[in-house]
Design a protein around this ligand. Structure first.
Ligand code: SF4
Length: 109
């Protein structure tokens, strides 16, 4: 199952890390939650495939370390989500549907 596209209704914002919002629940290192709001990555699904980093035309994603996480020891963090141009390439290439992009989400919060 991929990222919940309605996570902002179903989860609580717990704070910020690596420059983006953190949506819980979190229980590190095994459970890291969803990261980002306009460009959101479910860190508990991300397996560090890297296609989003390679394909994003405006370099939204950066690797961050996630030692001890069961899926992968690095994650694609949407550090530069303010640069997103909503091309949806990352959503299309992610093999595990860990990414959701919604330019209107911040306005609904
Ligand atoms: S939608 Fe396009 S511009 Fe936005 S993060 Fe994904 S690949 Fe980058």
């Amino acid at each position: 199952m991929g990222i919940d596209p309605n996570f902002e209704e179903n989860r609580e914002r717990e704070g910020r890390e690596h420059g983006v919002d953190v949506w819980g629940p979190t229980d590190p290192p095994e459970t890291l939650g969803i990261r980002g709001t306009h460009v959101a990555v479910d860190f508990d699904i991300c397996l560090a495939d890297g296609a989003c980093l390679e394909d994003c035309p405006v370099d939204v994603f950066e690797w961050v370390d996630s030692p001890g996480h069961p899926e992968s020891e690095i994650k694609a963090n949407p550090t530069n989500e303010v640069q997103c141009i909503d091309c949806m390439l990352c959503v299309d290439v992610c093999p595990v549907d860990a990414i959701d992009v919604d330019p209107g989400r911040e306005n609904r919060l």
